[in-house]
Design a protein around this ligand. Sequence first.
Ligand SMILES: Cc1ncc(COP(=O)(O)O)c(C=O)c1O
Length: 390
Amino acid sequence: MIPIANPDISEEDKQAVLKVLESGMLASGPEVKKFEEEFAAFVGADYGIATTSGTTALDTAVQACGLKAGDKVITTPFTFIASCNSLLFNSVKPVFADIDYTTFNLDPVKVREVLEKDPEIKGIMPVHLFGQSADMTELMELADEYELIVIEDAAQAHGASHCGQRAGSFGQAGIYSFYPTKNMTTGEGGMLVTSDADTARLARKIINHGRTGDYQHDVLGYNFRSTDLAAALGRQQLRRLEDNNEKRRENARYLTENLQQLDWLEGPEERSGNYHVYHQYTVRLRPLNLENHEKALDYSELENCFAKVKRCRDQLVEHLKERGVGCGIYYPLPVHEQPLYRRRGYDKYSFPRAEAAAAQVLSLPVHPVLSQSDLEKIVKAVSCFSKKIS
Ligand SMILES: Cc1ncc(COP(=O)(O)O)c(C=O)c1O
């Protein structure tokens, strides 16, 4: 089976981790410090703070950027739930805006509509989904105009850029995840980056029990510290990140070239000015006429339409599995439709594009460990799926 993700672990990676094991310094030490400096420099930020996960980096960012209980932050409903949960952890209210059809990221037009309606919004959390940057030119303009705190969730976008600037370096803070499926890994792990000295200082305290000195604590903090074991692996992975991102781009190009003739499938697009790092190669199953769907008021018709596409997608997943091709659905349910969020008063049928994406998307393997014969096998398996949505 060709897996949807396959971490690239080299002999050097193993040796680096072994060296730490033999050093006796297993917790946060010199490797973490170097990893933080090297990763921040790579992103183009002044400070890096390594954490135990992307989720803890997000939680730390929300607090370190000065958001308070009761504040409202705009974010996307089409993301992994951790983005929005980082707000809930801190009693900050996520306010959703719909996504751009092509990039799956926050649509600045929809964000403006929300801002015009709600003067209480304090911040914005763009998520750079699947390895492509959100439209940070437009979103930063809105942030300036409405004086918003910007926290970027770049958990899936290591090395992605927008107009030559790395995703994660635009806002007051950016975060990354180093989970094993990501473009680089430390096992579990995360990183907060910022160029604001106060944010960095506070974040560093929050991840270390709010500690200021020897058993002195002036803010509420956790133990979200990374380890030298994780950092040693992260430093090695960072060295290969750009090459591996290039391999992902080549794989994506091959898939697009060889699948574009299929009229029932729509491939991912790189927005002009963006450098997409293809954390996922995400296709959509056609058709769902979005124009009509956005205007649709008849929800039972909409449900039927979604159900039809999902049935077809389930068949495709089975078909691929039978032919030894792994795939993934990221994400089958938008955040506002998750039971946790429904109980908090978020309505179904509020964000038509996010809802359509959840019904239509399917991610195919694109990782750098794929061989040419793997790529050919993926193309062949997808191409012979003749079932079309009527
Ligand atoms: C968009 C997004 N945000 C946050 C996270 C959380 O990262 P982690 O799994 O490292 O906690 C993930 C992880 O998949 C993610 O994809």
